[in-house]
Design a binder for this molecule. Structure first.
Ligand SMILES: [Zn+2]
Length: 374
């Protein structure tokens, strides 16, 4: 993972690379952010940068032997500790991170923004609370007192230290306080308030902010090949979490456009038989999909509004959408489009508050029909 692989977060990236350049790297750091934030991805990019043998101005090179190993998570000086629980094949004293290393590498490469739930699902946890055990703390002390093998720094990333058993936490206090030279501990936390204050006080706290909607949009178009408009809709409802955004891709309907286009026509002609059919489709969607659909509708209306002034804005849309936007903008004046948009916004607000979906959709369709023909 390089910093360039992570969208946005330029301040965090800058501060970390500066710390390395100025030789001010704290030996124990806590990267905290909410689930789905870039806290783990930033930790990986930072570890890669620390040991890169051809550091670029603001990032690792991505090509040197160290970077290549870091990328595959097989660098001998990059170690991980993470919550685990027993599985069918692993129990007792073997329930420590090193027993799950292959699964962990697979998981982390595919899901650098994943949650504990995702991880437990990946390694096949048998429904037990995953944690970092006392046994694990002994391993940490053992492995971190060995000198680094190849790199300049030995890096230990502890993922979700809030799931550390208190005896384990106490077991690493001493090494956190007086670590061997060139040893860096990075704790990646989503809920640092659950950490012992004795651990917290030994770490430099580093907040990883949420991703902006634009960052998520860029990420989705790049990595998931989404059309810009769909990426925008999904990003808008992701609350700064790339994990939520990825989940929402599956939720959102690919044919949102066709449903929306037909629905607008039905509202215009006040065709209540057809409106009821669309109501059925809407009712059967998950709540997230309903919100994504209405958010999509608002985006389309915004395009229809600005189309006459900035036609180049709609170049990002696919050809069906472009045709719709041009016609819709011609058929309805600005004021009407704004009224419709605000009705949909109100409906979004009510969905959030668990309104009756069938009544809400019918009522919204009537209001839109009225606004169109007023
Ligand atoms: Zn490199």
């Amino acid at each position: 993972m390089r910093f360039a692989d992570i969208p946005g977060l330029s301040d965090s990236k800058y501060l970390l690379t500066q710390a390395v350049k100025n030789n001010h790297v704290a030996h124990a750091q806590l990267f905290y952010g909410k689930p789905g934030s870039g806290n783990m991805a930033i930790a990986l990019a930072f570890a890669t940068y620390l040991n890169c043998t051809d550091k670029q101005e603001n990032d690792s090179c991505g090509k040197c032997p160290s970077c290549v190993k870091m990328d595959k998570l097989v660098h001998p000086d990059l170690q991980f500790v993470f919550p685990v629980s027993a599985t069918k094949g692993i129990s007792g004293k073997n329930v420590v991170s090193s027993s799950y290393l292959n699964e962990w590498r697979e998981f982390l490469i595919a899901n650098p923004f994943g949650s504990l739930e995702d991880w437990s699902g990946h390694y096949g946890a048998e429904n037990k609370q995953a944690n970092i055990s006392k046994e694990e703390s002994r391993n940490i002390v053992k492995s971190m007192t060995m000198t680094s093998f190849e790199g300049e720094y030995k890096v230990l990333i502890i993922w979700l230290p809030e799931n550390m058993h208190s005896t384990a936490a106490n077991g690493i206090l001493k090494i956190l306080e007086e670590p061997p030279a060139k040893t860096i501990f990075i704790m990646v936390s989503c809920d640092y308030e659950r950490l012992l204050t004795t651990i917290l006080s030994r770490c430099q706290l580093f907040k990883i902010p949420n991703f902006s909607t634009e960052d998520i949009e860029t990420y989705l178009t790049k990595t998931h090949n989404l059309l810009p408009e769909r990426a925008k809709t999904i990003a808008a409802l992701s609350e700064g979490s790339i994990r939520t955004a990825i989940e929402n891709i599956d939720e959102s309907e690919n044919d949102d456009h066709a449903i929306f286009r037909d629905w607008m026509r039905q509202c215009w002609t006040k065709d209540f038989i057809k409106i009821n059919q669309t109501n059925d489709i809407f009712f059967k969607m998950s709540k997230t999909a309903q919100k994504l659909f209405l958010q999509y509708a608002i985006n389309m209306l915004r395009h229809a509004l600005v189309h006459s002034v900035w036609p180049e804005e709609s170049e990002k849309l696919n050809s069906d959408e472009q045709g719709f936007v041009a016609n819709f903008g011609k058929a309805l004046n600005e004021q009407k489009i704004e009224v419709i948009s605000s009705e949909i916004n109100t409906a979004l607000y009510h969905i959030e508050r668990n309104a009756n979906i069938r009544i809400l959709f019918l009522d919204l369709s009537i209001r839109i029909g009225q606004a169109m023909t007023a």
